[in-house]
Write a protein that binds this ligand. Structure first.
Ligand SMILES: [Zn+2]
Ligand SMILES: [Zn+2]
Length: 217
């Protein structure tokens, strides 16, 4: 029996570019595939990664889907799901060692330029955020009365006079004890209170990886 196409419209598969006939309601979908194999092929890394990157003179901007409020790109799905900039690091430089994180030198969360990334510890990352005035949680909350620097000062202060510290910062003594115990402002827990913010983003040993030429694409 000949296929009845009269009420279907011709669309193009985003993966193999062949014709697909679908009901008009499907035409509103921006990405059309013939079948699951074409869909899987389309999203297969790293092709999918490069399709979602727009290179500028400095930053390489991620234009694919994002995850979280600060516009960090998301690649893969299920077990392979990762942030786009982390994926970019791994693609260009290899695995990220245990306990290390890919961080941005350019402070642009949507940037995936491997030359703008460096490896740091979680502590480095938070120190870096402190220096740049960018905080994942805590200070940015509308109700926060104190800054991350205050938290470090509170933790460095004597533990037995929470009342006077509380008066200084306009908080309750209970709140101060919680801060000192690391129950709040947890993202700063990896920083020892006496540590001062570092002046360099990247240690000399890690700087080597940043001056490597980009791999041929
Ligand atoms: Zn196809
Ligand atoms: Zn950048």
């Amino acid at each position: 029996m000949p296929e009845k196409k009269s009420n279907k419209v011709k669309l193009i598969c985003a993966s193999c570019a062949s014709e697909v006939w679908r009901y008009p309601s499907h035409a509103q979908w921006s990405i059309i595939f013939c079948n699951w194999d074409c869909k899987r092929a389309y999203y297969r890394l790293p092709d999918y990664f490069w399709r979602s990157v727009v290179k500028t003179d400095s930053c390489w901007l991620w234009v694919g889907p994002t995850h979280g409020p600060d516009g960090r790109g998301s690649v893969g799905g299920g077990k392979t799901q990762d942030y786009a900039y982390r994926y970019s690091w791994k693609l260009h430089h290899g695995p990220i060692p245990e306990g290390m994180q890919a961080c941005h030198k350019c402070d642009n969360p949507s940037c995936v330029n491997p030359g703008h990334l460096f490896l740091g510890t979680n502590s480095d990352n938070v120190q870096d955020s402190l220096k740049k005035g960018r905080f994942p949680v805590g200070e940015r909350a509308a109700s926060a009365k104190i800054t991350a620097q205050d938290v470090l000062a509170i933790r460095a202060a004597q533990r037995n006079n929470s009342k006077s510290i509380a008066a200084k910062y306009g908080l309750t003594a209970r709140h101060i004890r919680k801060i000192q115990a690391g129950q709040t402002w947890r993202h700063l827990n990896s920083i020892s209170p006496i540590e001062t913010p570092r002046t360099e983003l990247c240690s000399p040993a890690l700087a080597v990886c940043l001056v490597q030429p980009d791999l041929p694409l």
